[in-house]
Ligand binder design. Structure first.
Ligand code: C2E
Ligand code: CA
Ligand code: CA
Ligand code: CA
Length: 287
């Protein structure tokens, strides 16, 4: 006899119907968007805080929706993670970032850009093909392995031996690993022992308000203490530290005084389309 559809066994929970449906629709939309080539990458410079030079870039995915316009990742990455489409979307991001970085280096020379960083979700790390896919993207575009940074959050890294094996393998190939949103997790410090990180990225929440000396001095002091602890830790472990989310010159000044040499944030440069970033790199090479 013909098997009955799986759906017949699912108990109907009315209160779940709307969000589940919305997620399913978004999931289908994302599939279509990927097939139609609606995703593109913006690039935000990572800058030397003293000289203002672009040291690297972080690739940030955007969805150019035919009706809704430019959709930010917060609105679709969670759904892509739930549906598993993040594996394919992440592969697109990786491939496109490697292609673009290799093209910039070919045009402007090896000094133009040290590194390109790509965000990686937990789900991608669990995919058994991940390491092979990373290496294939680098090889296809002839991008040297030490030019690529993979940005991982603590929650992505914490889960499972499969993940730590993959990370060690990537590290063995010379690919740089960065701990993103550093300081926000529960075990940032102990994680660094187990994790072959080359870079820590101080989370924006510790940079926000770090310069303000009136409203809440205790909160400000706490942020400064974290920022100081992270740069000291990075120094001791010989990691690069990048301060994220710098929005004004006072913050940049304070972070410099604490010893930060690398930063990212709207005050330094916003995420921008590839063409605009290329212009910036050309000006820098010409200067
Ligand atoms: P993230 O990796 O922490 O990236 C930094 C986010 O902070 C970016 O938001 C960037 O535009 C924003 N930002 C940078 N400087 C400033 C600043 O000075 N002020 C403020 N208010 N924001 C700043 P975006 O592009 O919307 O990305 C949000 C998050 O989405 C990322 O956080 C990352 O977790 C995720 N994401 C983005 N692209 C990808 C991707 O290709 N794959 C995966 N798995 N996740 C991605
Ligand atoms: Ca990131
Ligand atoms: Ca971050
Ligand atoms: Ca974040």
């Amino acid at each position: 006899a013909k098997q009955r559809g799986k759906a017949a066994y699912v108990r109907y929970l009315p209160e779940m119907a709307v969000p589940v449906l919305a997620h399913m629709q978004l999931g289908g939309e994302l599939r279509r968007a990927l097939d139609e080539g609606e995703f593109e990458l913006y690039y935000q410079p990572v800058m030397a805080l003293r000289t203002g030079r672009v040291i690297g870039v972080e690739a940030l995915v955007r969805w150019r929706h035919p009706v809704r316009g430019m959709v930010p990742p917060v609105e679709f990455i969670p759904a892509a993670e739930r549906t598993g489409l993040i594996v394919e979307l992440g592969q697109f991001v990786l491939d496109e970032a490697c292609r673009q970085a290799a093209a910039w280096l070919a045009e402007l020379g090896p000094q133009a850009l040290q590194k390109v960083a790509v965000n990686v979700s937990a789900r991608q790390l669990h995919d058994p093909g991940f390491v092979g896919d990373v290496l294939a993207a680098l090889e296809e575009h002839a991008l040297p392995t030490d030019r690529l940074v993979l940005e991982l959050t603590e929650s992505a890294v914490l889960r499972g031996t499969q993940v730590s094996l993959a990370l060690r393998e990537l590290d063995g190939h010379g690919i740089k690993l960065a701990l993103d949103d550093f300081g926000t997790g529960e075990s940032s410090l102990s994680l660094l022992r187990a994790f072959p990180a080359a870079i820590v990225k101080l989370d924006k929440s510790f940079v926000d308000g770090i310069e303000i000396d009136d409203a809440d001095p205790a909160a400000r002091d706490a942020r400064q203490a974290v920022a100081r602890a992270v740069i000291q830790l990075a120094g001791a472990l010989r990691l690069d530290a990048v301060a994220e989310g710098i929005e004004n010159e006072e913050q940049a000044e304070l972070l410099r005084a604490l010893g930060y040499t690398l930063g990212q944030g709207f005050h330094l440069a916003r995420p921008m389309p590839a063409g605009a970033l290329a212009e910036l790199l050309r000006e820098q090479v010409a200067a």
